[in-house]
Design a protein around this ligand. Structure first.
Ligand code: PMP
Length: 382
């Protein structure tokens, strides 16, 4: 099978050749001045991407799940109360993690494709005593986009720390950490940041760092403890040598390159591009009669689409689209897994990628016996 297929799952995504070249370069010492400079620059660039001038970024070897656990391990200790604004699979995951770290967790749940209402969140927050509230900015299992700005404002009124899982949002959706009062946000390299899998990226604001400093018990995990990583990140930012655990040198070199593209495009322009492309994809889905999981555009992510299989079509569609040269993903939400599929459209994605993908989906639908007018979705892309 050809290696020249198009990867359109919600992460990992297609990466810029310049990013892949950085990954393939000779591995330098983690104390090489060139590496120290790149690491330090990546840390600074992350403040720009997360729009968090007063916050501390952390970049460590691991996936998004490690970033989730880093947030939880540092902020929570036995008996703390946590509120999970639950929009699907990844909200369940952070809830389970919070429990493992000793928190008493309250989930505010909604049907797949929906979100708990602002009133429900307000009532829960007012019931008092929560130390943290977690929000999954884009739940990759449902493509539901949470209104982080409003939710963070509500939490702030009650003095509750706001943790945002931005794994499927950062670099694609609007997120203004400082301005919105988000205390911790995290992501992983393989999504809209546009770097191959392997980096957990977390940004902690001043209130989060103060809460960590005020802990009465040490963080149980050494690898996740801010105390281990803070001096390392401060040193690299000052281009000074430091060691706690060997950094994934090539991945960080590649991250620096992809963040360079991101800041060059401008975070605002990047978000607008995602909105424009998502709008084009929504028009294509509508033209093809495909129904999205999110119940309205207002709560639809711009980084991916989740769509019900139409008529008698089932997961065979994913294979049929694959046979057309485009890799898409099946369902993930446990309640609906077999009933829908997902298409990523984030990061370095181009207009021609969208055309190719919609065309492959049309042809896949046809191969699955679904009546479809070839070209109808592509025309609707605009
Ligand atoms: N949170 C969200 C919203 C995600 O989409 C993912 C990955 N799809 C994760 C967390 C976990 O990230 P990883 O698979 O890199 O561990």
């Amino acid at each position: 099978m050809s290696e020249r297929n198009l990867l359109m799952i919600p992460g990992p995504i297609e990466f810029e050749p310049s990013v892949l070249r950085a990954l393939g370069e000779k591995t330098r010492s983690h104390l090489d001045p060139v590496f120290m400079k790149a690491y330090g620059r990546a840390i600074k660039r992350l403040r720009e991407v997360f729009q968090a001038p007063s916050a501390q970024p952390f970049v460590v070897a691991g996936s998004g799940t490690l970033a989730m656990e880093m947030a939880v391990a540092n902020l929570v200790q036995q008996g703390d109360k946590a509120l999970v604004v639950n929009s699907g699979y990844f909200s369940d995951r952070i809830g389970a993690m919070l429990e493992r770290h000793g928190a008493a967790v309250t989930h505010l749940r909604a049907d797949p494709g929906a979100l708990p209402t602002a009133d429900e969140v307000e009532v829960a927050l007012a019931s008092g005593g929560f130390k943290v509230m977690t929000v999954t900015h884009v739940d990759t299992s449902t493509a539901v986009l949470a209104p982080v700005k409003e939710l963070a404002a509500a939490a702030k009124k009650h003095g509750v720390l706001v943790v945002v899982d931005g794994v499927c949002s950062v670099g694609g959706e609007a997120l203004e950490m400082d301005a919105w009062g988000v205390d911790v946000a995290f992501t992983a390299s393989q999504k809209a940041l546009g770097t191959p899998p392997g980096l957990a990226v977390l940004v902690a604001g001043p209130r989060a760092l103060a809460a960590w400093k005020a802990r009465t018990k040490p963080v149980a995990s050494m690898y996740l403890d801010f105390a281990e990583w803070l001096p390392i990140h401060e040193a690299y930012e000052a281009e000074k040598p430091a060691y706690f655990a060997t950094p994934p040198v090539n991945l960080i070199m590649a991250l620096d390159v992809s963040l360079g593209h991101l800041v060059e495009e401008g975070i605002g322009a990047r978000v607008q591009r995602h909105e424009k492309f998502a709008g084009a994809m929504w028009a294509a889905w509508e033209a093809l009669g495909l129904t999205p999981l999110p119940k309205s555009h207002a709560i639809s992510a711009h980084t991916l689409s989740a769509l019900y299989y139409p008529g008698k079509v089932d997961a065979a569609l994913v294979k049929a689209v694959g046979a057309e040269g485009v890799v898409i993903a099946g369902g993930l939400h446990p309640q609906l897994k077999t009933k829908y599929f997902r298409v990523g459209h984030m990061g370095a994605v181009t207009k021609s990628d969208l055309v190719t993908t919609v065309s492959a989906i049309e042809r896949g639908l046809k191969a699955c016996g679904h009546p479809v007018e070839l070209g109808r979705g592509v025309a609707a892309l605009g």
